[in-house]
Write a protein that binds this ligand. Structure first.
Ligand SMILES: Cc1ncc(COP(=O)(O)O)c(C=O)c1O
Length: 343
């Protein structure tokens, strides 16, 4: 067990020996010319996983989301999303800045979608108001504690989008976790969305990298937008090899992360900070409104004892399980956090 146990995010993982070997052996070329066979193979693989025609490697989840949004919403068009959607709230106004995209949000209830309410927000073209072009959904839902958006709600939303001629985008940074938690095939998710952005560095253990998935026509446009945004990379097969290794070796094991997060939630439930029933994947959100320490205090005290967790709000903290924390690390975190919460 390491001296410092890092539960702040599932992005803190370090490449494993096997992943590093795959990176070292990667055959590479200049990807801006389309010459990198490892990148091309990864893109084909991810497109096939989701049942789409094409895919494009991108440096980050943020850039992948923002490229995808520019494919489905024209400048001056409108995107609908949840109030705490990563694509709007945590990407620092990128949709407006780079895409000229106008947005409206529905009040977020985590992974729960009120499809009738969303349908009621749609503004058709032809009126003196900004027309809605697309709807974005996050799977799993980060601020919603890693909750899984139910397949039935996504199907209902697809029907609404079709009825209004709108596109659906999925911020699937952690769609792998939803796939493992609910057993929904990736292709089934893929069939419901026009564009998806999926991350290889959140829980899967790759050091960097996301993939945009869509039709051949949209991905050809995505390649242009990526270059415009400075995301064209050269011998990037080294990173794509890490992503492919992550997909081949680290998806099924996410079930272990989910089980460990559930164990943390069960252990901390007696302190009134989390309802274990809400923990479906690898995120545990601690609601400290009724607990003695506030989030900065809990974070600082836990860090002093070698357990890193994240403060999200003054009275909200987050604990995330991932590839680099094992059962012993989880046991230690439970001991430390229990002591601090029983304070
Ligand atoms: C749901 C979600 N979408 C997108 C992103 C953006 O990813 P990146 O940090 O690679 O830009 C994150 C990052 O944590 C995320 O949680």
């Amino acid at each position: 067990m390491a001296d410092i146990l890092d539960f702040r995010s599932d992005t803190v993982t370090r490449p494993t020996a096997g992943m590093r070997a795959a990176m070292a052996e990667a055959v590479v070329g200049d990807d801006v010319f389309g010459d990198d066979p490892t990148v091309n193979a990864l893109e084909e693989h991810v497109a096939a996983l989701f049942g789409h025609e094409a895919a494009l490697f991108a440096p980050s989840g943020t850039m992948a989301n923002q490229i995808a949004l520019q494919l489905v919403v024209p400048p001056g068009g409108e995107l609908l999303a949840g109030a705490d959607a990563h694509v709007l709230t945590y990407e620092l106004g990128a949709a407006a800045t780079y895409g000229g995209i106008s947005s409206r949000t529905w009040p977020s209830d985590g992974a729960m979608l009120d499809v009738d309410r969303i349908a009621g927000m749609i503004r058709p073209a032809g009126y003196p108001s900004v027309p809605t072009a697309a709807i974005a959904v996050e799977q799993t839902h980060n601020l919603g504690g890693g909750g899984v958006v139910p397949l039935s709600a996504l199907r209902d939303l697809r029907a609404v989008a079709d009825a209004h001629g709108l596109a659906l985008h999925c911020d699937g940074a952690r769609i792998w976790h939803a796939h493992v938690a609910d057993g929904v095939p990736l292709a089934e998710y893929g069939a419901l969305f026009d564009t998806l952005s999926v991350c290889l560095s959140k829980g899967l253990g790759a050091p960097v990298g996301s993939v945009i998935v869509g039709s051949r026509e949209r991905i050809a446009r995505a390649r242009v937008v990526r270059k415009r945004m400075g995301g064209g990379m050269r011998q990037v097969g080294i990173l794509a090899a890490a992503g492919r290794y992550a997909l081949d070796h680290h998806v099924r094991r996410l079930a272990d992360d989910h089980e460990r997060a559930g164990r943390i939630a069960e252990a901390l439930a007696p302190y009134g900070v989390v309802d274990p029933a809400t923990v479906r994947t690898n995120l545990v959100i601690l609601d400290l409104t009724k607990a003695a320490p506030d989030a900065p205090t809990l974070v600082a005290e836990a860090a002093r004892r070698g357990v890193l967790i994240a403060a999200m709000l003054p009275r909200t903290a987050r604990v995330i399980t991932h590839l680099d924390v094992d059962d012993a690390a989880v046991d230690h975190a439970i001991t430390v956090l229990s002591e601090l919460l029983s304070g």
